[in-house]
Design a protein. Structure first.
Length: 155
């Protein structure tokens, strides 16, 4: 009887785990947790910037690595998928340039993020061709979405 109860408790716990972790990521962060959330987000943003810069340098023929276009674009696609949950409420306070308006205008913020994600996924597909003439215009579309968010929600 005790073993059956234990199995049921474990089973229910396993079923509830995704719900509990999703709820936790949507909660407000404070203090050290906010500082860590900000640093984590900034690291992801810096990674995006580094890969976009590398693609840009390849397209400008500053470096001869057209064979790396797909790798950089794939890395950007992996990073941009993380944007869905790297903006916890409370992470607009501290060492960040994120405006509080991000959280009061979530529909706009989420719309820009979804467009950025779509354009970055398209970039990853286009970059597989290795053709700078196709990659350049798509990278411009990605930069357009970066600018839309930064222009609206960055201090």
């Amino acid at each position: 009887m005790r073993i059956q109860r234990l199995v049921i408790v474990i089973f229910v716990g396993l079923l509830a785990w995704p719900l509990l972790t999703t709820t936790a990521s949507a909660q407000m962060v404070e203090g050290e947790m906010a500082d860590a959330a900000i640093a984590y987000r900034q690291g992801i943003m810096q990674s995006m910037q580094s890969h976009a810069g590398a693609i840009s340098n390849i397209l400008k023929s500053k470096v001869p690595h057209t064979g790396h276009l797909a790798g950089h674009a794939a890395a950007m696609a992996a990073m941009v998928k993380m944007y869905d949950d790297i903006f916890p409420k409370g992470s607009e306070v501290g060492a960040t340039r994120l405006k509080a308006e991000f959280f009061t205008n979530m529909a706009t913020a989420e719309g820009i993020i979804k467009k950025l994600q779509a354009e970055t996924m398209t970039l990853a597909e286009v970059a597989k061709s290795g053709d700078p003439a196709k990659v350049g215009p798509q990278l411009g579309k990605v930069f357009g979405q970066c600018g839309a968010c930064h222009g609206t929600f960055r201090k």
